[in-house]
Design a protein around this ligand. Structure first.
Ligand code: AMP
Length: 507
């Protein structure tokens, strides 16, 4: 039934003949959803999509709390040949308006609590159908699922067909939709499953959000492809994770998880029988790596990837997991470091821009051919925008970012988007948004604002003006009114100098 669908066939392969094996265990109730029940529900979801007029290639936008049903919908979308488009639950209505207008989905799934607010926004973007899905899995989507029959014949999808679009923040303030093919997702997850030795005996603590590449593709796809089970958590809860460890084998997290878990009582004992701790999505401080090692005797395995490329590099499973590095290129992934000015490859030990090539790469930005051409070279290499250095023995370190990106708690924030909002506030002359070291979030968003003389501009008034339209993780942790921004002789604001000047703000 799944044979002709490139990704679905691979997601199902390990569980064929093992329908009773558990896939998702709800950590609160202890209830377990078997592989057979999960895929039957995914087939019902596919039938619901088809019955609502969703055709192969159509986008399905989803902004809903993390639930097992949302994963069924993801696989249902794959089976229906549709393009799954998850959206960060923190996005506001104003942000949603852009995504819906840009992606033109055939269907939107939202939290029933947001339905009234989103209806006019969806109508304006001409989204024909809205279904709802709540945190407790009630809503019109699951009602329709339960009324549908399993046995959906998977739509034929080839390697190059799109399976998902994930939006990344844009440097110009406009988010870009990274188009991900069946091949990119399937090949990367297969590679990681083998590299990290996942098997049907694994129990993964699944505490990452499923609107992001890390929780949706790395965690979920690997678990399914291994036929493993997941302890499924609706969100990050350090105590719950520690409590789950004795029954688990692996955890995937962002650095913030590890920093917080280190403060949680009982960690050392609970971690004893775990097999693997993976970190990614933002730099793991060498200090966190070392503290973790001292306390638990486990070396966190750090990997590096991004929405556009899936995962590119990883520290080794066997062998030294070197703190402060992201390890080696994964099998099938080529990595080079180039000179930012000339584009020529630089020798080992020299810092340059990291470029990657492989089946793991995205197919371009949705309806932005000019942006795609800027970042994806004709020879197939993608210019990541991350600055890196490769040691003589081949370990890759990410040493900074050529782009202006801030990563806070594992989420990307592009300063431009926030600066545009602040600059539009009455009485503001200009602003600069920077990332400042923060022990919990890695980086914290900080806004430096220059006001007109005598204008009534304060931290509170700026936050009141921009807060309602901005996802919480993007909101500045501090707004500081300054006399002027540091500029170079060309008049360009010196973000590097500003970051240096404010680096101890949260120390
Ligand atoms: P995203 O598309 O949200 O996954 O963010 C991708 C960006 O996160 C990359 O371009 C890097 O800047 C950063 N990133 C991901 N993993 C790591 C890591 N292990 N170390 C340093 N930066 C990372």
């Amino acid at each position: 039934m799944y044979e002709q669908n490139y990704l679905a066939r691979r997601l199902r392969a390990a569980s064929i003949g093992r329908d009773d094996a558990p896939f998702l265990k709800d950590h609160r109730t202890g209830a377990s959803l078997s592989y057979g029940a999960f895929f039957a529900n995914a087939e019902r979801m596919a039938a619901v999509l088809a019955a609502n007029g969703v055709r192969p290639g159509d986008r399905i936008a989803v902004q809903a709390p993390k639930t097992q049903a949302m994963l069924e919908l993801y696989v249902g979308a794959v089976l229906a040949g549709a393009v799954f488009l998850p959206l960060n639950t923190a996005y506001t209505g104003a942000e949603l308006a852009y995504f819906l207008g840009d992606a033109e989905p055939a269907l939107l799934v939202c939290d029933p609590a947001n339905l009234a607010a989103l209806e006019p926004i969806a109508a304006k973007a001409q989204v024909p159908v809205i279904l709802t899905l709540a945190a407790d899995e009630t809503g019109t989507l699951t009602e329709a699922r339960d009324a549908a029959s399993p046995g959906f014949q998977a739509v034929v999808r080839e390697a190059g067909d799109l399976a998902a679009i994930l939006y990344t923040s844009g440097t110009t303030g406009r988010s870009k939709g990274a188009m991900l093919s069946h091949l990119a997702l399937a090949s990367n997850s297969e590679t990681l499953k083998d590299y990290w030795r996942f098997t049907a005996d694994d129990v993964l603590i699944h505490a990452l959000p499923i609107f992001h590449t890390h929780g949706l593709f790395v965690a979920t796809n690997i678990a399914a492809m291994a036929g493993a089970s997941c302890i499924f958590m609706a969100g990050f809860d350090a105590e719950a994770i520690v409590a789950a460890m004795p029954e688990a084998t692996a955890l995937m997290g962002v650095p913030t998880f590890y920093v917080r878990l280190l403060e949680t009582p009982g960690l050392a004992d609970a971690a004893r029988n775990m097999r693997l701790f993976v970190s990614g999505s933002a730099p793991l401080l060498a200090e966190t790596h070392e503290r973790w090692h001292r306390l638990t005797c486990h070396a966190i395995l750090e990997r590096y990837g991004m929405t556009e490329t899936n995962m590119n590099t990883s520290n080794p499973y066997d062998g030294e997991r070197r703190a402060g590095t992201v390890g080696f290129p994964l099998p099938g992934v080529e990595v080079i470091v180039t000179d930012p000015d000339t584009g020529a490859e630089v020798p080992a030990g020299q810092v340059g821009i990291l470029e990657v090539r492989g089946e793991n790469l995205f197919s371009g930005y949705w309806r932005m051919p000019e942006k795609t051409a800027e970042e994806l070279r004709e020879n197939g290499f993608f210019i990541t925008g991350d600055m890196a250095e490769i040691s003589a023995d081949g370990y890759i370190s990410i040493v900074g970012r050529a782009k202006d990106l801030i990563i806070t708690g594992g989420y990307n924030v592009y300063p431009k988007e926030i600066e545009l909002l602040i600059d539009a506030v009455e009485g503001v002359v200009e602003s600069a948004v920077i990332g400042v070291p923060h022990k919990d979030f890695g980086e914290a968003v900080v806004a430096l604002v220059v006001a007109e003389p005598g204008a009534d501009v304060s931290e509170a008034s700026i936050m009141a003006a921009i807060g309602p339209d901005l996802a919480r993780f993007k909101q500045p942790k501090r707004v500081i009114i300054v006399d002027a921004l540091i500029r170079n002789t060309m008049g360009k604001v010196q973000k590097k100098e500003l970051r240096a000047a404010w680096k101890d703000l949260f120390a």
